[in-house]
Design a protein around this ligand. Structure first.
Ligand code: ATP
Length: 242
């Protein structure tokens, strides 16, 4: 069994006086795709924010054995976590190319950065064609491609994606999840994905965790969750027990 890249234990977080995480726990193994499922308001986005340092939290968060809880977002990024927030997180006032270069801001290996920009244009030809255009002019699906490429330009150990399907047409969602799976396999980058579209996300995930009202209530391999009647009922729109 591969070792853990991310270990989250007893994570608690509040907005002002209101506690919204009451003890979230989960782990991501190196090279795997882990999925966080849960109803609206369960605390999935807050969990990613707490990991990336944009919401203060208590408990324990370790990346490759090093505690990162309490670090600033820029130090968490330097430690190896790229966070693609809901709404893509592209810099809409910058060109496509400048977005990719901004993703590599902490890197010193400039020739390799230039080569990787070209590789991303090969992988996503539409980004190459529109390299000089403002990112804000891209379609939702194209912006999601740019957000992934930009995050990967930082060579993260762990890529966190918050509801990447939000606002995308169903056909595009399938393509985007195939791209995640392909990037995971070709680069070995570990991924933590928050997604409401459980069916499509469980199909590419290795393991999953279900949050309810700020707590982890269910966990297991993705295949077990796919056939779990509770998950079926709550997130997959059916009850396979019948
Ligand atoms: P969704 O799927 O709807 O995005 P979620 O599982 O990601 O939901 P969070 O966005 O983490 O859930 O929200 C958890 C709780 O914290 C909710 O009750 C939400 O209303 C509250 N919350 C989120 N952001 C803030 C904020 N900036 N200030 C105050 N409360 C917030």
């Amino acid at each position: 069994m591969s070792e853990l890249i991310l270990d989250v234990q007893n994570l608690e977080a509040s907005y002002g006086p209101v506690r919204v995480l009451h003890g979230v726990h989960f782990t991501v193994r190196t090279g795997e795709i882990a999925l966080l499922l849960g109803a609206n308001g369960a605390g999935k986005t807050t969990t990613l924010r707490a990991i990336s340092g944009s919401v203060s939290a208590s408990g324990s968060v370790t990346l490759q054995g090093t505690s990162i809880l309490g670090m600033s977002p820029s130090n968490v990024a330097k430690a190896g976590i790229a966070h693609v927030p809901q709404g893509r997180g592209t810099l809409t006032e910058l060109t496509v190319e400048d977005n990719l270069l901004a993703g590599a801001i902490n890197r010193k290996d400039r020739p390799a950065v230039a080569a990787e920009v070209r590789e991303w244009y090969e992988r996503f030809p539409v980004l190459g064609k529109r390299r000089t255009q403002l990112a804000g002019l891209l379609s939702g699906g194209e912006q999601q491609m740019l957000a992934i490429a930009r995050a990967m330009m930082g060579k993260p150990a762990l890529l966190m994606l918050d509801e990447p399907s939000l606002g995308l047409a169903p056909k595009i969602v399938g393509e985007i999840f195939s791209i995640f799976s392909e990037i995971n396999k070709s680069t070995g980058t570990s991924m933590l994905v928050v997604e409401q579209n459980a069916e499509i996300a469980l199909a590419i995930a290795d393991c999953g965790f279900v949050l309810e009202v700020g707590r982890t209530v269910l966990e297991g391999p993705a295949s077990d969750l796919q056939s779990n009647p509770e998950v079926q009922h709550a997130y997959l729109g059916g009850d396979i027990a019948r």
